[in-house]
Design a protein around this ligand. Structure first.
Ligand SMILES: [Zn+2]
Length: 119
């Protein structure tokens, strides 16, 4: 039996790559975009600590891997959805980049604070 997407009212089929998430490809990209928007808000004020950063990096990697599986899987995807998937990859890449940049900006500050604390 084919699994239905977990979003109420959505009749789209869940491909094998997304059985764990229980999303159709479209709603998987929507959920990743939403999560990335939340993470962007979280990281915009300042870089998260190392533990949280690792968690986020892990999430980005997993989402990217799953997305790649869907993109190259058995289910045929309409062009519009292909474009959407590419866009979601871009969101993942940009979030990672922004986070690294925020961390790099914060590091000299932290180093300076350490130095002045020691002096
Ligand atoms: Zn759906």
């Amino acid at each position: 039996m084919e699994l239905a997407c977990r979003i109420a009212g959505c009749k789209a089929v869940v491909p094998a790559e997304l059985t764990q998430e229980n999303f159709c490809p479209l709603h998987f990209t929507v959920s990743v975009e939403q999560k990335c928007a939340d993470l962007r808000r979280e990281t915009v004020g300042g870089a998260p600590d190392e533990g949280r950063r690792e968690e986020i990096v892990r999430y980005l990697g997993q989402a990217g891997k799953t997305l790649a599986g869907v993109a190259t899987g058995n289910q045929r995807l309409p062009d519009e959805l292909k474009a959407r998937i590419l866009n979601t990859f871009l969101t993942l890449m940009n979030l990672r980049e922004n986070m690294e940049r925020a961390a790099a900006r914060q590091k000299p500050l932290a180093d300076a604070a350490n130095r002045s604390a020691k002096a």
